[in-house]
Design a protein around this ligand. Sequence first.
Ligand code: AMP
Ligand code: ZN
Length: 113
Amino acid sequence: MDCLFCKIINREIPADIVFEDEHVLAFHDIDPKAPTHILIIPKKHISTLNDIEERDLEVVGRLQYTAAQLARQQGFADDGYRVVMNCNEMGGQTVYHIHMHLMGGRQFTWPAG
Ligand code: AMP
Ligand code: ZN
């Protein structure tokens, strides 16, 4: 499959991996928008948030759980952080394998741009 993040999962493209288990992979974003910017992805290819099925609920929950664990490990869990998932063109999605952005280490504003 011609998917950038599946290639990272399969080690066909290098990435700075910070966490991996049976279900999820987390690695540093190549173009960080915060002092810490990590992407958390399911190992199962799911193109967009619109494609999540009921059988995917556990793995999607694991994305959020992993984000919280990594926020603690990175040291900004208590100060606070931003988690974002973009869907399709109007949402700003550029890689069509769902991913959770975990960003920390600076003050975020609301609403997001
Ligand atoms: P989105 O715009 O929500 O689809 O986010 C895609 C993210 O993937 C962007 O923040 C990119 O900087 C990031 N990205 C693109 N290619 C790579 C790569 N090879 N390794 C790590 N992050 C990447
Ligand atoms: Zn994929």
